[in-house]
Design a binder for this molecule. Structure first.
Ligand SMILES: [Zn+2]
Length: 353
């Protein structure tokens, strides 16, 4: 990365990040907003709340009390381990294979589920439909990830619903993983609007849309990192000791083989990279030091098309012509769900027992 890029002195966000400004110490607005949010968190209170929730579901399912979405990455592995070993929940691990799963990840998923004595189901929708959705998302919005952003939560919900499981415990960390709201957004109204010209929507119904609100409200979802401090160094330590995880904070491996390609497309479109914001999040939260993050980003962030990029596009039925006008493409060119309705639905889901 050329030295002239101005970066936040605390996290590593570059001056190309949307609406960024730096204070007199060189710290960015995202860092300042993080501090304000963080000061309000009472972890003891949150952990008590978690225990109350789990108590309500423990021993209550037919065979399983909780469904744990399981990709084999550090966060989902730790969530599964905690649910089984610490919280004593009867778990069903659910692995979603989008066809781009790194083979090592899938092998680890199977091994570790067996080691933990947890049942595992995998769902891999056939490639033809997936590729059609990826292609349309890429051509319309400049990003193919939108397809999985909708597909994966739906698949997780369907798995819980069809197995009669009322609680989903995932390892998604908003603080560490959420993409910038200025560049990324998705809801099902938006997804429908994007897909409409390319699909008979019936084709997408099962995999991309939830059934009735009533059924949806019958399943509660929690993200474990919202309830307990997500201390990555100690998480890696536990996983290496208990499950031969074989990784640490500096081994950046992709669970999804599409990541380098999506990061490259994202950078071409927005002027900054996915690794940049992900490692900025980690640096800000204090789980990795700034120098280390910069080094990883320097190594990983694709500045030009990654190896196999054209073949990757070809697999989805696209070619290099999608790069034309890439900067004009965005999910924000499509309809989105009414904000107040969205907020209301989220509140109701949170209030669920
Ligand atoms: Zn910052």
């Amino acid at each position: 990365m050329p030295e002239e890029i101005k970066r936040c002195t605390r996290c590593i966000l570059p001056s190309t990040y949307p609406n960024i400004d730096f204070d007199e110490n060189g710290e960015c607005r995202v860092c300042r907003e993080f501090d304000i949010m963080n000061a309000k968190i009472d972890w003891q209170k949150r952990e008590k709340k978690l225990e109350r929730i789990l108590k309500r579901y423990r021993g209550k399912g037919k065979k399983y009390d909780v469904l744990v979405p399981y990709s084999g990455g550090k966060d989902s592995t730790y969530t599964l381990w905690m649910m089984k070993e610490k919280y004593n929940m009867r778990c069903l691990a659910f692995n979603f294979d989008n066809g781009f799963l790194e083979p090592g990840a899938l092998a680890f998923v199977k091994e570790s589920a067996a080691k933990l004595g947890v049942d595992l189901i995998t769902y891999s929708p056939h490639k033809e439909l997936l590729n059609k959705v990826y292609k349309r998302a890429l051509e319309a919005t400049g990003e193919f990830c939108a397809a999985c952003v909708v597909l994966i939560p739906t698949a997780i919900f369907r798995a819980a619903d069809t197995q009669g499981i009322r609680l989903i415990a995932a390892g998604f960390s908003d603080v560490l993983e959420s993409p910038p709201p200025e560049t990324s957004y998705m809801d099902r109204v938006c997804f429908k609007d994007i897909m409409k010209p390319a699909f008979n929507l019936k084709e997408l119904k099962w995999d991309y849309f939830f059934p009735s609100w009533k059924r949806m409200f019958g399943v509660k979802q929690i993200n474990l990192p919202n309830y307990i401090p997500w201390d990555l160094p100690s998480i890696y330590k536990t996983l290496n000791k208990e499950l031969d995880f074989g990784k640490d904070i500096s081994t950046v491996r992709y669970d999804c083989l599409g990541t380098p390609h999506s990061s490259y497309l994202f950078r071409e479109r927005t002027g900054f990279g996915k690794y940049e914001y992900l490692y900025a999040n980690m640096t800000r939260a204090g789980v990795i030091d700034r120098e280390h993050a910069l080094k990883i980003v320097e190594e990983r962030e694709p500045k030009e098309a990654p190896e196999g990029f054209n073949e990757f596009l070809e697999e989805m039925g696209c070619d290099n012509s999608i790069m034309k006008d890439l900067k004009k493409k965005s999910v924000f060119n499509f309809k989105t769900r009414n904000r107040s309705f969205r907020k209301l639905a989220m509140r109701v889901r949170k209030l669920l027992p």
